[in-house]
Design a protein around this ligand. Structure first.
Ligand code: FAD
Ligand code: SIN
Length: 527
């Protein structure tokens, strides 16, 4: 239980890799509040398997990492950002090791694995659970820090800004946030500086590798507060998620293909070379589209991943967690092929920001998967996201420490609950969730067209009207907050996709199958 209003120097919403590192960096300089919706383990970070990209071997080079990132990004990567992030990779990995991160090692030093689109082995990893190891390493330094207060099971509802409070002189400034606490009351947190580190939005699709928390809340809150968003049409589908009738979607790391696993079709044949000469290690957009095409061609619900030839030792040594989770479902990848489908995995777009996470609003930063810096362009290179999270967390903290303390005192009103009546049927929330995810999966998936996008937008408008009506009349709950955000994220994805009259990277339209020479980033601006 927390009091109704608290003040901190720094407020961080989200406790994945980006939020945790920012908290650690800022805690020596002031009071920090770090918030999450559930537990520390409920984040995309904790699910990350393959690893973190960073040049460390002598046979590799920063220029090749930059080149691979730009190739995967299909012409939209911002080269200056790519360079800064690639250059930081080696140091970030060293710093994590100093903090206690248990990276796998071999006789040569760090064991590096391989993933799609990388011309070298350059992915440092901790078995097949790298994200959990990063999360736990950072958490050790954050959880008991005297300057850091962790608020678990608290859901941010909306940002409080000066313009929202009617103070229209000067630039819009972020003053804090309303949070639904673990007791279902709305409390107010004010802060000198606020960082959104709220992760991705995979939950907007029916099948996703993302955990429940990935509902795009930070992007939605920033948009409502007045920030522009960028490249929202580029939702990355991971090629190999488990296809199973009853188990929740589970990722089968690209590192499996990096270590030699094959994709095979229903005739037991490798098919990927019919689509790209780089085979299983072509960039993700190409592999996911190839699988989708092959499934449609063969009239199958899934394709298959064949790791049998990797051998017992390699599987148990490098992929113990995936192996165990499959075994619990009665699937033994040492002896049988595993059914897979592509599933929504990573939001390449987000709140437009620079490397320090600055947004259109003063004192509001966005870092990690919620941000769009230009690193990923139209398609993210595997294992570049944990790297981006950590580089941004450091750059953001550094920038924040250069900012003068703002002494203007704007009183923050308490949340207005007048007009709220106890809800009649919560089932409506679930039904609207399911509808949105079905609309997005049916019409805004791997292959799009003008007509599909129009249909999606029409259907979504009806759902949004229902949500708007329901939202302001009923007590807030985590799932209602998420539903409102998801519906906005769906709208932003559709509107961005409608603006792109070409096929590029993760956006493929049957109406515009070619790539334009003049293709640019897509921006949407709140009214
Ligand atoms: P997250 O780690 O997702 O954290 C978001 C946090 O925000 C959570 O704590 C959540 O509770 C909180 N939050 C959200 N909304 C609210 C709200 N309204 N109020 C309060 N708190 C809120 N990338 C790689 O580089 N390498 C990999 O090997 C890799 N493997 C992956 C495997 C899987 C299965 C998945 C899903 C992703 C993978 N990725 C990988 C991507 C990478 O893990 C993520 O992009 C990255 O971890 C995002 O970190 P983040 O800190 O931005 O957000
Ligand atoms: C994976 O392990 O396949 C995920 C890597 C990533 O998304 O970067």
């Amino acid at each position: 239980m927390t009091t109704n209003h608290q003040h901190f120097d720094y407020l961080i919403i989200g406790s994945g890799a980006a939020g945790l590192l920012a908290a650690y960096q800022l805690a020596e300089h002031g009071t920090v509040c770090i918030v999450n919706k559930g537990d520390f383990s409920e984040s995309n970070t904790y699910q990350a398997q393959g690893g973190i990209a960073g040049v460390s071997g002598i046979s590799d080079s920063i220029d090749e990492h930059i080149n691979d990132t730009m190739q995967a990004g299909a012409g939209l990567c911002h080269e200056d950002i790519v360079r800064q992030i690639a250059e930081a990779g080696g140091n970030i990995i060293d710093e994590l090791r100093e903090l206690g991160m248990p990276f796998d090692e071999d006789a040569q030093g760090l064991h590096l694995t391989q993933e799609g689109g990388h011309s070298h082995r350059r992915i440092a990893h901790s078995k097949d659970a790298t994200g959990r190891a990063i999360g736990e390493t950072l958490l050790k330094h954050v959880q008991h820090h005297p300057n850091i207060q962790c608020l678990r099971h608290h859901t941010a509802v909306d940002l409080i800004t000066s313009h929202r409070l009617g103070h229209h002189h000067g630039k819009n400034r972020c003053l804090g946030v309303y949070l639904l606490n673990n007791d279902n009351h709305i409390i107010t947190i004010s802060a000198q500086q606020t960082i959104l580190a709220t992760g991705g939005a995979g939950k907007v699709y029916m099948y996703t590798s993302n955990p429940h928390a990935a509902t795009g809340d930070g992007i939605a809150m920033a948009w409502r507060a007045g920030c522009k968003v960028m490249n929202m049409e580029f939702m990355q589908f991971h090629p190999t998620c488990l296809y199973h009738a009853s188990a929740p979607t589970m990722l089968l790391s690209e590192a499996l293909r990096g270590e030699g696993a094959h994709l095979i079709n229903a005739d037991d044949k490798r098919f990927i070379f019919n689509y790209d000469e780089r085979g299983e290690l072509a960039p993700r957009d190409i592999v996911a589209r190839a699988i989708d095409h092959e499934m449609k061609k063969q009239g199958q619900d899934s394709m298959f991943l064949d790791a049998r030839h990797l051998g017992n030792e390699r599987i148990s040594e490098h992929f113990p967690n995936i192996h165990q989770r499959l075994m619990a479902l009665g699937l033994d990848m040492r002896e049988q092929v595993i059914p897979i489908v592509p599933a929504a995995h990573y939001m390449c777009g987000g709140v437009a920001s620079n490397l320090s996470g600055q947004t259109d609003i003063e004192s509001l930063y966005v870092i990690g998967e919620s941000a769009c810096t230009g690193l990923h362009g139209a398609n993210r290179l595997a294992s570049n996201s944990l790297l981006e999270c950590l580089v941004m967390a450091k750059a953001c903290s550094k920038h924040i420490l250069t900012q003068a303390i703002n002494t203007e005192n704007i009183p923050l009103p308490a949340w207005d609950e007048s007009g709220i009546t106890p809800e009649s049927e919560r089932i409506q929330i679930k039904q609207n969730w399911d509808e949105i995810r079905a609309i997005m999966s049916n019409y805004v998936g791997i292959v799009r067209s003008d007509e599909r996008l129009r249909r999606a937008r029409r259907r979504l408008t009806v759902v949004q009207e229902e949500i708007a009506h329901f939202y302001w009349q009923h007590p807030l709950s985590r799932d209602l907050i998420e539903l409102r955000n998801l519906s906005l994220i769906a709208e932003l994805i559709i509107r961005s996709a409608q603006q792109r009259h070409e096929s590029r990277g993760l956006h493929y339209s049957t109406d515009y199958p070619n790539t334009n020479h003049t293709g640019k980033d897509t921006f949407l601006y709140p009214e």
